[in-house]
Write a protein that binds this ligand. Structure first.
Ligand SMILES: C[S@@+](CC[C@H](N)C(=O)[O-])C[C@H]1O[C@@H](n2cnc3c(N)ncnc32)[C@H](O)[C@@H]1O
Length: 263
């Protein structure tokens, strides 16, 4: 079933949350929202909106559902192998890795920035590592800070990292060590609205661009370019590519990795 008041809902939801649903691919987003609104028994999007204004728990459930937090450690292992064997050693030739700034820009429950820390720790002591991790979803980042994961989230992670950096809590649950957790700074940031950090050496933006319209992605690539330090690198997801990378002053250096060219 589909309701008639989606346009009005988008406007009102923007006023409530500062999330502009116009910048997300419409068909996919509308289908997801409709299914949740129906599941809770509402007969219009705006009736649902009135309820989430009052009901904080439902508001958070909705945000969580909208933002699709699926993640895992070492997701798409080939990409991380490339990161560890080519990208980081390439940067190390021109810069001390202890001074590089890495930003995981849609970090979800933390699996991605913690993976970065574990790989960087092959090059540097943990005390010298600091990764910035941001997401629009505070709830996901709360989980990230607690650092507790089921074995399913760790299934792709090489055993050497799991054995070194996790405490086993029970048969299914693992917690990231305090030392690794201290290496990541979590902050809320909406990629469609907020200012980006500056002088970043590596931006990681995986499995979120797929939800955005072409216009929104266009803007994000331009802002990423501004956010990068000279020769900085953008790392994207395994189903993504930047077709017209020249337009944004990028050049591909490996599959899924683009380097900023000084324009
Ligand atoms: C599928 S997860 C990807 C997590 C991780 N990067 C990975 O590849 O495993 C998508 C994340 O994008 C976040 N997200 C959605 N819209 C966003 C926005 N406008 N700004 C920042 N993060 C956003 C969601 O909250 C969610 O945590």
């Amino acid at each position: 079933m589909e309701f008639q008041d989606y346009e009005l809902f988008k406007t009102k939801f923007y006023q409530l949350s500062s999330i502009d649903l116009n910048l997300y691919k419409e068909r996919q987003m509308k289908r997801r929202i409709t299914s949740l609104v129906s599941k809770y028994g509402f007969t219009s999007y705006c009736a649902f909106l009135e309820e989430i204004k009052r009901n904080e728990e439902l508001y958070n459930t909705f945000l969580n559902y909208l933002t699709i937090n699926v993640s895992e450690f070492y997701r798409n292992p080939n990409q991380w192998e490339m990161f560890a064997t080519k990208i980081l050693p390439g940067i190390a030739k021109r810069k001390d890795l202890a001074n590089i700034k890495i930003w995981s820009s849609a970090c979800s429950t933390g699996d991605e920035p913690y993976t970065v820390v574990m790989i960087l720790n092959e090059f540097l002591p943990l005390e010298k590592i600091n990764v910035l991790a941001t997401d629009i979803d505070l709830e996901a980042m709360r989980k990230a800070q607690a650092g507790i994961y089921s074995s399913r989230s760790l299934k792709e992670l090489p055993a050497k990292y799991r054995d070194k950096h996790f405490v086993k809590l029970n048969d299914d649950l693992y917690q990231v060590s305090d030392k690794v957790r201290k290496c990541v700074t979590f902050k809320q940031l909406n990629l469609l609205r907020d200012p980006y950090p500056k002088d970043v050496d590596i931006i990681i933006c995986r499995n979120v661009l797929i939800y955005f319209t072409e216009e929104a992605k266009n803007n994000i690539f331009m802002e990423f370019n501004k956010s990068l330090a000279p020769n900085g690198i953008l790392f994207i997801g395994s189903t993504e590519q930047i077709i017209n990378y020249q337009k944004y002053n990028f050049k591909p250096i490996e599959t899924f990795f683009y380097q900023k060219i000084e324009g």
